[in-house]
Design a protein around this ligand. Sequence first.
Ligand SMILES: Nc1ncnc2c1ncn2[C@@H]1O[C@H](COP(=O)(O)OP(=O)(O)O)[C@@H](O)[C@H]1O
Ligand SMILES: O=C(O)C1=C[C@@H](OP(=O)(O)O)[C@@H](O)[C@H](O)C1
Ligand SMILES: [Mg+2]
Length: 180
Amino acid sequence: MSGRIPNNIFLIGLMGAGKTTVGKLIAKNLGKTFYDTDHVIEQRTGVKIPTIFELEGEEGFRKRETAMLEELGQQDNIVLATGGGAIIAPENRVLLKQYGYVIYLRANVNELYLRTRNDKNRPLLQNVDVKAKLEQLFHARNPLYTETADLIVDTGHQPVAVIIQKIESALQALESTCKP
Ligand SMILES: Nc1ncnc2c1ncn2[C@@H]1O[C@H](COP(=O)(O)OP(=O)(O)O)[C@@H](O)[C@H]1O
Ligand SMILES: O=C(O)C1=C[C@@H](OP(=O)(O)O)[C@@H](O)[C@H](O)C1
Ligand SMILES: [Mg+2]
């Protein structure tokens, strides 16, 4: 660590963790450019994420996601909200660790459920028992988020402003402890 607020900040975590919401605000506060892999994929393809899943399957979506991480990883001074599955592929985990400071927004399944249960834009949560699916994803992915993260922030049952405060304090502590 160079002793500064990290240049690129990547947010990881399950669907509903708040990556997109928190990422936008953190970027604004830190004067960094905000990207969201899902939004860029939607802009480039001209269709929503569920349509990509319908036409190309999850496999097709994952290829686009990896390509997007490779591309956005080359950017400078950004906050990137990833999609919840961005840590599945080992090469993505390497990319994330290599090109940025990775923050895992960790939330419990109940909280994630409350935030995502009515959402129509997350194909993995349609026509299933949403809570059971989130539980399954939590068990499969929590170790991957944990191994990829430089920092873990529990979002718990807390307002977005509090989470942002936690992240900014942690980044500031990083800055002060690393200065010569
Ligand atoms: N800390 C929070 N408390 C309450 N609602 C939240 C919180 N963080 C996010 N949300 C809400 O949960 C939903 C999912 O958030 P989003 O940022 O899209 O998550 P992600 O990008 O991690 O999937 C949104 O409706 C958002 O407003
Ligand atoms: O967890 C996942 O596998 C996914 C999460 C979504 O992003 P959010 O985490 O922003 O909801 C989106 O990338 C896609 O629906 C798949
Ligand atoms: Mg998101």
